[in-house]
Design a protein around this ligand. Structure first.
Ligand code: SER
Length: 890
């Protein structure tokens, strides 16, 4: 049954006001108000936070005890399953805000239903006569509550099936039946079908709030198990609520989007509402730009996988829609201030990360812009061919080339193709991708490694993983399990032989995770094998690479394995220092900082990370200060072994691209840093000593590399720079407080002397003006002065020229100078009268410099030039007379 729609007016409220109203309402009911959690959840089953309940999953599942029983948030969410629909409908988005209230075993149905009703009807002021409720098929309890506690008549309560009224965040995890509150927007929003009613997917009966009675957990087999406690999870889209309250046709017309749409329309020189294609484009841009800004603010960077790939798609998709309206330059940057204006309260991260957001969006748009038109032309040609051939299919090879060479995300190619009625061969695309991966894998292996590969895989299959004892000890007894010489297994080796030795167990750390392999010795009473490096030639097999310097070694022999402890200790210090730097860099430069690579050696550490600008001196100093405070705090460094799943949700840093096994090792500096890491660390941060960043450089777009030193190496560095300073004090005089001033004084003094020297030269030359004129040649009343001078500044020459010009009306001056490096410099000046008579100073220089194998030119009154070789300057300058005569026609 559908009721007639009443027309009670609703008070207009901004989205910001509605957000605040919601949070304070539930706060008033005893809920703790949390700021939004990040967009990337600490949850390996989800790429993004897709609902307000995601950050609370461990509480619902009873894995962790919440600090409160009730909570409320306005949660930033991303959903990407319907990107193609964004902008085409009134209410699809990638980024949106979910208003939620949650109960962790605290309140349940009988509280949440009347509260939701009260909030909508009394606080927001929605017309109760426009509201309906839906419930899960057999949920009589919810039915009774809507009826008895709210007073909703039977015929306003609809029972719907699993698709509509059973909610789960994903295939597994917490879930439960739900009840939705529907708002009737009125017949003008209806699809017009005779059966249009509650449950219809058109815009008339809008689901505005979902109340989930979270009481089950679903496992991988689909089995539902009751949760330890009954919970509540509700979610209401702020965008939808705003559109209802603001009385507009769809979310894009609310104050959350409209200013962005208007600004995008202005940039594109289009009017919103006049052209369907342009309207779609500006709606898509407004949605994607919000999402991109928030993703970057939460530390996501464009890449080819994971959340970064989604970000890349969104930015590139926006750029393409901009292009479709004729915008042929990067423009997204210009819209960011509008996004900030709307969203920076309460999302201050947009302001804190403003620089990163701008830089990253601009760089990505520029990068894509460079190949976009070429790619589109190519795709258009291919689509025309596919249509002509009647196949209706675009080859996966073309899609792959567009991806690989032109940076077109596959989905973008698919979308443009679909618009042209052509589908993309995805299977072929996937196999091209796989082939490329294989090529990359093959080319990254050294040919020798490929040759030797068999012997290692065989050894690894036979011997299994080498037991590594190096976390606990640096020396132990072991048995020689295999010896590999020149890529072949051998039973024994003699003194002087280079080989790889595999032991039954070892304290030697083999290179992995950026930490170099250990060095040391393998020793028995009569033999000594010096280990130069330790590696993993295959899987977890450990091989000691080195030379037998004494005696013999054979398989089955007992030896003592001794790691070079001093070197190992220097490595440890640099490794823990790397973790401290990683955390400190994030704190100083922003959350986007992620490890992109690292190398840990006894002499230095290298750390690559995503960041868009060189670090300032202040930032470097701040990072060093934070790290050193952790060192001075002399904190114990702890390691613990746990399952990968257990480590999630504890704020531990993991590398995005890295594949972790089921069991991981967590290295923690309490209260500061936590990372998954298999490397070797100090047991107390105090052992690290001073950590100094010695170098900061860019290595490719958006990746910076720093080098740093710790421990004894820092002392050596410090001693070195102190010695250099002492030498400076000796040469310049002064001490730490005065040396800079002294050096500045010296530089100033030098400048003054140079100036004085030039002045003296000018004076000498000016004194000589008379002599220059006397020595000159006169050609029919025009004076030609051709002289070689020492190194004279241009300014001085000009002054000299002016002085001569004031003494002679028609005059040409050609000055040559031989510079310290043997190059010749030529300057020619002519007075106005001489120019009038036909002299061209630029051409004189051109000819003379040309004759010396150099070049030059200029204007009639002034010419300049030079030649690498100043030999014969004098003779060649003598030819000036002939040139001037020619110019004067004499
Ligand atoms: N988790 C539910 C939803 O996303 C209610 O918050 O609809």
């Amino acid at each position: 049954m559908v009721f007639p729609v009443s027309n009670k007016p609703i008070k207009w409220r901004s989205a910001g006001e509605l957000r605040g109203l919601f949070l304070s309402y539930f706060e008033g009911l005893g809920a703790k108000r949390y700021p939004s959690f990040p967009l990337v959840p600490d949850d390996p089953t989800l790429l993004f936070t897709v609902a307000g309940m995601v950050p609370f999953k461990p509480y619902f599942l009873g894995l962790r005890t919440p600090e409160v029983g009730r909570a409320t948030t306005s949660q930033k969410c991303i959903r990407t399953n319907d990107i193609e629909n964004v902008g085409r409908t009134a209410r699809h988005h990638t980024f949106f805000e979910m208003l939620g209230n949650f109960s962790f075993g605290d309140y349940f149905k009988k509280e949440v239903i009347p509260w939701a009703w009260e909030f909508l009807t009394e606080r927001v002021g929605l017309d109760a006569d426009r509201l309906y409720a839906t419930i899960y098929l057999d949920d009589d309890e919810a039915h009774d509550m809507w009826k008895s506690l709210v007073g909703l008549p039977d015929d306003r309560i609809y029972r719907l099936g699993e698709d509509d009224n059973f909610w789960a965040a994903g295939p597994t995890g917490p879930c439960g039946p739900c009840s939705e509150i529907i708002y009737d927007q009125g017949p003008e929003f209806s699809c017009g079908r005779p059966d249009c009613g509650v449950g219809c997917s058109c815009d008339r009966y809008l689901e505005i709030w979902n109340l989930v009675f979270m009481q089950y957990s679903r496992d991988e087999s689909g089995q539902l198990t009751p949760l330890p406690k009954k919970n509540i999870d509700t979610g209401m889209g702020l965008e939808r609520l705003s559109s209802v309250v603001q009385g507009v046709k769809g979310d894009f017309e609310t104050d959350l989007f409209k200013p962005i749409i208007d600004a995008a329309s202005r940039i594109a020189c289009v009017r919103y509402g006049e052209d369907k294609a342009n309207d779609l484009a500006v709606r898509v841009i407004s949605d994607h730009l919000r999402a991109s800004a928030f993703m970057i603010a939460d530390g996501i960077l464009p890449s080819n996988e994971g959340p970064g790939y989604v970000l890349r798609r969104l930015i590139r998709r926006s750029a393409r829609f901009g292009r479709s309206m004729g915008i042929d330059r990067p423009f997204l940057l210009e819209l960011l201030p509008v996004v900030n204006e709307i969203m920076s309260d309460p999302y201050t991260e947009l302001v804190e990360q403003r620089q990163a957001i701008e830089q990253i969006i601009l760089t990505e748009e520029e990068r894509f812009g460079r190949t976009l038109s070429q790619g589109i032309d190519l795709l258009d040609d291919e689509l025309a061919l596919a249509r002509k051939a009647g196949s209706g299919k675009l080859s996966g090879g073309v899609a792959f080339m567009l991806y690989d060479t032109y940076g077109f995300p596959l989905e973008l190619t698919e979308e443009i193709s679909t618009e042209a009625g052509v589908s993309v061969d995805r299977g072929e695309f996937d196999s091209c991708m796989e082939r490329q991966r294989e090529r990359a894998r093959a080319s990254s292996k050294q040919s020798s490694a490929v040759m030797e590969k068999n012997v290692y895989t065989e050894a690894a299959d036979r011997l299994g993983a080498t037991k590594f004892d190096g976390y606990e000890v640096t020396s132990e007894d072991a048995t020689v399990a295999a010896i590999i010489k020149d890529g072949v297994e051998t039973a024994s080796i003699r003194s002087g032989t280079e080989a790889l030795v595999i032991l039954s167990q070892t304290p030697f750390y083999a290179e992995r995770g950026g930490q170099v392999g250990d060095r040391g010795v393998l020793r028995s009473a009569a033999s000594r094998f010096e280990v130069a490096d330790t590696i993993h030639p295959s899987g977890d097999l450990v091989a000691h690479r080195g030379t037998l310097v004494e005696g013999e070694m054979s398989v089955g022999m007992k030896i003592g394995a001794f790691v070079d402890e001093e070197r190992r200790n220097a490595v440890r210090k640099h490794h823990t220092a790397t973790h401290l730097l990683h955390e400190a860099l994030g704190r100083v430069l922003g959350k986007h900082v992620r490890q992109a690579g690292s190398m840990v050696t006894p002499a230095f550490l290298r750390f690559d990370f995503n960041h868009f600008a060189p670090m300032t001196q202040e930032e470097i100093a701040e990072v060093e200060r934070i790290v050193y405070s952790e060192v001075l705090a002399a904190k114990p460094v702890t390691t613990s072994v746990m399952s990968y799943a257990e480590s999630r949700g504890t704020g531990v840093k993991a590398l995005f691209e890295e594949k972790y096994g089921d069991v991981v090792r967590v290295v923690e500096v309490p209260g500061f840093s936590k990372e998954l890491c298999g490397g070797i660390h100090v047991s107390n941060t105090g052992e690290i000593g001073l950590v100094r960043i010695v170098r900061d450089e860019g290595i490719g777009s958006g990746v910076r590399r720093i080098n740093a030193v710790a421990g004894m190496v820092s002392l050596e560095l410090f001693q070195g720079s102190s010695a250099a300073l002492r030498n400076l004090y000796e040469v310049i005089g002064g001490d730490q407080d005065t040396v800079v001033q002294k050096a500045q004084d010296l530089v100033e003094e030098r400048k003054t002397l140079e100036r004085k020297n030039q002045e003296a030269m000018l004076r000498a030359m000016l004194d000589n003006v008379g002599r220059l004129i006397i020595n000159s040649v006169r050609i029919d009343g025009t004076v030609l002065i051709a002289e070689t001078l020492g190194k004279v500044s241009r300014d001085l020459l000009r002054q000299l020229g002016d002085r001569i010009k004031s003494a002679e009306k028609s005059v040409v001056m050609l000055f040559g100078a031989i510079e310290e490096d043997g190059q010749a410099a030529l300057t020619c000046m002519a007075s106005d009268e001489a120019v009038k008579r036909g002299v061209h100073a630029g051409n004189i220089v051109k000819e003379i410099a040309g004759a010396m194998g150099g070049s030059g030119g200029g204007k009639p009154a002034m010419g300049q030039g030079g030649s690498k070789d100043a030999g014969k300057l004098k003779e060649i300058m003598a030819s000036a007379e002939g040139i001037v005569r020619r110019q004067l026609g004499k």
